[in-house]
Design a binder for this molecule. Structure first.
Ligand code: PEP
Length: 248
């Protein structure tokens, strides 16, 4: 299965969201048994966008299950509408001070509701420039993987998103992506054994476009794409799914 995840972030109004989703659900050119298109709109639109063709993902949930947390939304609340939740996006880590501990708590909240977590990890530009990126990533991955056991690991999708590639128009190269995805796969295999380790999807995000989608997806340990900017444009997003369809 190839996962194509669209992260709309805090973009589109109600009418625009409905209109874009209506177009996406009409895509009939791809094989949905091979490609899973997951749309992550702003939370307030989840109820109006629920449909039979595309899965939905929440962009965030609270690390608490319920209580006096003004403005927060729990995993149970979103579970009525979504099967997936994006956790640990670098924007949340950086702008909203989400620590590894908070990310573990959010993963636990998802596991409690049997929601699948799309958990983001990826190095800063500084660590990449110093060639410390694998150490940087290892720490994040250890924290994520420690939140799972053999019975819950099928709820995990890992998303490698180098911080410097997000929204920059400067995607990681195929070689850089493969280095990290292959490393991540080896860590999963070491922790869970090869039979289980190879089943965890590892997707890539960071300035994906219709032009780089295919060469990125053509690699053994790249199981999908997480797309920000390019997912907001109907024709561009459609082209990316077409490219993915050719690779599967
Ligand atoms: C993202 O924010 O997860 C992302 C991948 O954004 P973009 O595609 O715009 O780089």
């Amino acid at each position: 299965m190839v996962y194509i995840v669209a992260n709309w972030k805090m973009n589109k109004d109600s009418k625009q969201s409905k209109s874009l989703m209506n177009e996406i659900v009409c895509f009939d050119f791809y094989d949905s048994s091979k490609i899973n298109v997951i749309i992550s709109p702003p939370t307030i639109y989840l109820s109006q966008l629920k449909n039979r063709r595309s899965d939905l993902a929440a962009q965030n949930i609270s690390n608490y299950s319920n209580g006096p947390y003004t403005g927060e939304i729990s995993s149970k609340m979103v579970s009525e509408y979504v099967s997936y939740v994006i956790i640990g996006h670098s924007e949340r880590r950086q702008l909203f001070c989400e620590t590894d501990e908070i990310i573990s708590e959010k993963i636990n909240q998802c596991n409690n509701e049997n929601l699948k977590s799309i958990v983001c990890f990826g190095e800063s530009l500084e660590s990449r420039n110093k060639s410390h990126h694998l150490d940087f990533i290892r720490k994040q991955l250890d924290n994520i993987i420690n939140s799972y056991d053999k019975s819950s690991i099928n709820n995990l999708i890992l998303a490698y998103e180098p911080v410097w590639a997000i929204g920059s128009g400067n995607s990681a190269t195929v070689q850089e992506i493969c280095e990290v995805h292959d490393y991540t796969r080896s860590i999963l295999n070491d922790n869970f054994g090869k039979t289980i380790g190879t089943t965890v999807p590892i997707i890539y995000g960071g300035s994906c476009t219709k032009d780089n989608a295919k060469p990125i997806l053509a690699n053994l340990n790249v199981n999908g794409l997480l797309i920000g900017g390019a997912s907001l444009d109907l024709m561009h997003f459609k082209s990316i799914i077409k490219e993915a369809n050719e690779v599967t």
